[in-house]
Design a protein around this ligand. Sequence first.
Ligand code: GAP
Length: 513
Amino acid sequence: MAKSADHFKDVISHAKEYGFVVPSSEIYDGLSAVYDYGQNGAELKNNIRWYWWKAMVQLNENIVGIDAAILMHPTTWKASGHVDAFNDPLIDNKDSKKRYRADVLIEDHVAKIEAKIEKEVQKAQKRFGEAFDKEQFITTNPRVVEYREKAEAAIKRMARSLENEDLEDVKKLIEELEIACPISGSRNWTDVKQFNLMFGTKLGASAESATDLFLRPETAQGIFVNFLNVQKSGRLKIPFGIAQVGKAFRNEIVARQFIFRMREFEQMEMQFFIRPGSQKEWYEYWKEKRMQWHLSLGLGEENYRFHDHEKLAHYADAASDIEFKFPFGFKELEGIHSRTDFDLGSHEKFSGKKLQYFDPELNESYVPYVVETSIGLDRMFLAVFSNALQEEELENGSKRTVLKVPAFLAPVKAAILPLVKKDGLPEIGHTLVDELKCHFNVHYDEKDAVGRRYRRQDAIGTPFCVTVDHQTLDDQTVTIRERDSMEQSRVAISEVADILKKDVDMAGWLAHL
Ligand code: GAP
């Protein structure tokens, strides 16, 4: 399986060419960091969404799902802390006039140091072979130790300065680390300023009476404000969770890297309500559970890692990211946050309504603590899509582009291909489509040579191609060609549905969670 040096460019152009993702309102030259999903993208995205939803809501008796509105009472965002604290530190380069997130500049600098450490490790590994002890090497090799100390010191100082709102020191750190603008190459920086990421909008018909609102920057608050409604109507006992999938909006300072950082995106979030004092245990539980979900997709264990936060959001007492190896390196894919009783406690204060739970076992009422799992659906899409896109050299020297997404996530599960457009083969093909289409998404394709049709299906990740040929007329058998191995087998047409279901049914994958 090969990925070119320019894999990320390939990902973006393949996504457009095959109807997965395109810039929004492209005929007007697009809108920065806003994207539309095409016919195949929407299917893949829906399948990821349902895999998450079913893993959360269907597999856990004590988790329910809701769908709250995007527009919420403006006090929500005062209570949640987003009006005062949902800021990113921004800095401009005076020469290129480019705007950056100051913390990202520092983190990218540290990532470069980490890459140097990795290089040293690889060199040493080659030199020492079997006898190589990585742990000993990174704790004793003077050059690596120096790199590690530099990286750690930079991250610690940044976390401290941001926590203390000491933006002057953040700028000083950028200067001391000699970080240059990637565009102009200069170190001519402005001061660091805070920038609120929420999009404002108005509710009401006239300018005088309109109320200022925000488009929600996270779906979580729709869960918190519904905590009592759901708990009471569902008669739920702690511990229990509320899950939701929906749009969120952030006016990101630097929105780049395709659908990795968007201004309009979807989140899949779950708030797990627990007894105060049990947060550590549940935080560890959900870290492991969520990693298990990711690994179940088979995208490669080596492509995931945890990154525990030094700098905590205003609501958290512990936080960790599940990072994924995107084409541009390891980056956050999902966050697991121990949010304490910050949100419910704050909504109690601002709304004047009690948001407490009576615990019959303890015979007391309390504001529950919360452990949250929060993953971007678009980011998960990018993880699956970029990992799956491969170019393969075939035995005959030709190349094929294939999207090796897990079979049950594929936009189209099977393509039905009559070998020729005559002799009754199309009719058999259509009958098979009619039989399969109630179970899963299938395509019928009779155009071009069968080899070209296979390539088209490979490019959108279709796990199976079913070919109807002249032998079918004699013995009611067809060939099934498997996407990854390209192997073909001859089976009775009556068995096709059951054979495909084994691989493409989500139920089988959920059973292994
Ligand atoms: N409720 C907690 C919360 O929103 P977050 O770390 O800000 O936490 C959670 O966001 C997840 O949402 C991230 O791990 C990422 O997958 C996704 N996400 C955040 N900002 C995003 C953006 N601008 N574009 C795409 N996905 C984003």
